[in-house]
Design a protein around this ligand. Structure first.
Ligand code: F6R
Length: 612
């Protein structure tokens, strides 16, 4: 996720900005830049790759000034190149931005029509600078032009802006992306996150969504959504640097679990239409005509957690769009001599975009004539580059080795695909699609409600730190979530855990059950197999199992049958996997944390598996 830093005061802005960017490195980025302003003009430096490259540029011609902005960019629109790095300068306006401007294409056309403008980057951000310049040219003051620009923007953003001829003011705005303000002595700092502020001040103001304003050395002017002046409280931060990087959480994994409402919301941004009544997937036109579904089958390839997302995708695509879907571990696919040809669409799912087996599977599939659609979280990584088209999840960088927010955003994209295709195959009518889009729009809110289970799960987890084994079972669409829950637990707590389809229990695994064996069961009331799952619960209980059920809110009856119930909000069936996996992530996390394992970097595992 991009990092923003801004400074106005009486010290050397370049040093403060570079230091702030270094302290935001943990957020992940692939290019960086800064702009520093003084009475005689602005100096801008940008560089691809690590901050070291930017530092080399800066040291060659160290910019002097007491006001500046800096940015580390996690590419979303346009590759990780120098020309796409921020700040973007148009006329006298310099902009850095974190988030996604949903209507950037429309805005680009708007400014390009009025004037003869040249866009120098592929980013959604550059349009902000063009718009503000456009309004300046109409005779507005810098602040008026800034305000008018904000009114045009749809999507999410944290923005910092400089005006070349105004070294006394720094402009800021926030809508859906993080932005905090540090209050120093005769200085103000801006940042995406607290670690960048800590060496300079511990007094911070959390800018709220819809706020915008102007900073000078000794004054903060903030305005709310209704353009009225607002005052936000100054808070004292006592965290140390490492706690601050994790947003006050003990581990990145927990932070990332809590980032899931935002990650899903970002992944949906621009994909539900303006009125949130349709599904729009950019790039689909490169794979298929406007109507119909031209492939005979879909073949999903992925590894680990991404494979589990693929299993849910298979249920959704077959169930909703009635398109045949085959799925395989990428490591098996490549040696299977799979039956695919140009009538097959291969979907490769990968958080990192670098997994060697998945990449090899793509190459194999291409040789056999298939088209490749990838679902990936890292722009321009190897897998998107090898694919015909990519749909990016917008989870932001995931630092904990155990995948959490990347998984739920993969599920979100697969759900969007299944819905879009169900429209194409005529399995869902316009009204059904409108309803589903509305349900998706409300999903981040439901995820927030599931996160409220955290304290309850933390307490519950204490019971299981010493167990040797854990079983997870479920049916249908929920079965891959049982697999994922078991994978999370074994990865980070080193407790042996297995996921099974509930119907398979009596074909072998039930032999494992004896007194006190923990069994987690996904038992959503709305599912057609609910009664059968209850039957499976009775079977394991009769053999002494201790059962935790993940159930639908309001299902009181289930609490009489099991030792513990974790209730998740009611939701349409196709969204339940996303809600159900969250308590399982939290259970794995807290068991591991109570045990004292290295949660973020479990033994023997790597974040990106680039070898076979
Ligand atoms: C588990 C996990 C791994 C990855 C797998 C594939 O928490 O993260 O199982 O899912 O290594 O990685 P990607 O998605 O990067 O291809």
């Amino acid at each position: 996720m991009c990092g923003i830093v801004g400074y106005i005061g009486h010290e050397n802005a370049t040093d403060i900005i570079l230091d702030g960017l270094r302290r935001l490195e943990y957020r992940g980025y692939d290019s960086a830049g800064l702009a520093v302003l003084n009475g005689s003009g602005v100096q801008v430096h940008r560089a691809e790759g690590k901050l070291l490259n930017l530092e080399k540029e800066v040291f060659r011609a160290a910019p002097k000034g007491e006001i500046g902005i800096g940015h580390t960019r996690w590419a979303t629109h346009g590759g990780p190149t120098e020309r796409n790095a921020h700040p973007h300068k148009v006329g006298q306006v310099l902009v850095i931005h974190n988030g996604i401007i949903e209507n950037y294409d429309k805005l680009r056309k708007k400014v390009a029509k009025d004037t003869s403008r040249v866009f120098e980057s592929d980013t959604d951000t550059e349009v902000i600078a063009h718009l503000m310049d456009h309004y300046l040219q109409q005779g507005r003051t810098a602040f008026e032009a800034f305000k008018k620009t904000l009114k045009d923007l749809e999507g999410s953003y944290a923005i910092a802006v400089l005006h070349e001829e105004d070294p006394d003011h720094l402009y800021l705005a926030r809508c859906g992306s993080p932005l905090v303000l540090g209050v120093g002595e005769s200085s103000h700092h801006l940042a995406s996150d607290i670690p960048a502020l800590l060496p300079y001040t511990r007094e911070v103001i959390f800018i709220e969504d819809g706020d915008y304003g102007i900073l000078s050395t000794d004054k903060v002017e903030l305005y709310g959504e209704d353009d009225k002046a607002v005052t936000r409280p100054v808070k004292h931060i006592s965290w140390d640097q490492s706690m601050a990087e994790k947003g006050g959480y003990r581990h990145f994994m927990l932070k990332e679990i809590f980032e899931q409402p935002e990650a899903v919301s970002q992944t949906l941004t621009g994909r539900l239409g303006k009125a949130h009544k349709e599904v729009i997937l950019e790039g689909m036109e490169h794979l298929m005509p406007a109507k119909g579904f031209p492939f005979e089958k879909v073949y999903i390839v992925a590894c680990g957690t991404s494979y589990h997302a693929g299993l849910v995708g298979q249920y959704l695509m077959e169930g909703m769009a009635r398109i045949p879907v085959v799925i395989d571990n990428a490591s098996e696919f490549r040696y299977r001599n799979p039956i695919i040809d140009k009538k097959t669409l291969v979907i490769a799912i990968s958080q990192s975009g670098e997994t060697a087996d998945t990449l090899a599977a793509i190459q194999q599939a291409k040789k056999q004539g298939a088209k490749i659609l990838s679902i990936c979280n890292v722009i321009d990584s190897s897998i998107p580059r090898a694919s015909d088209e990519t749909i990016y999840t917008q989870a932001g960088p995931e630092i904990g080795v155990a995948s959490t927010k990347a998984f739920v955003t993969q599920l979100t994209v697969l759900t969007l695909l299944a819905l879009e295709w169900a429209g194409r195959t005529g399995q869902l009518k316009k009204a059904d699609l409108e309803k589903a889009a509305g349900d998706l729009k409300r999903l981040p809110q439901k995820i927030k409600q599931v996160l409220d289970l955290n304290d309850e799960i933390k307490e519950l987890a204490k019971r299981y730190t010493e167990v040797r084994s854990f079983l997870y079972f479920a049916r249908g669409l929920h079965y891959p979530i049982a697999l994922e829950g078991a994978l999370k637990l074994k990865e980070i707590s080193y407790i042996h855990a297995e996921g099974y389809s509930a119907g398979e229990m009596k074909h072998g695994p039930i032999a494992l059950i004896d007194k006190g064996m923990p069994v987690l069961v996904l038992a959503p009331k709305e599912d057609a197999t609910y009664e059968k799952v209850i039957g499976n619960i009775e079977e394991v209980k009769a053999r002494g199992a201790e059962v935790i059920a993940v159930a639908s809110r309001g299902d009181k009856a289930i609490s009489e049958r099991v030792e513990h119930v974790l209730y998740v909000p009611k939701a349409p069936l196709f969204l339940q996997p996303i809600l159900e996996v969250i308590p399982l992530q939290m259970l794995a996390y807290h068991i591991a944390d109570h045990k004292g394992t290295d949660v973020d970097q479990p033994r023997n595992l790597a974040k990106s598996v680039t070898v076979e």
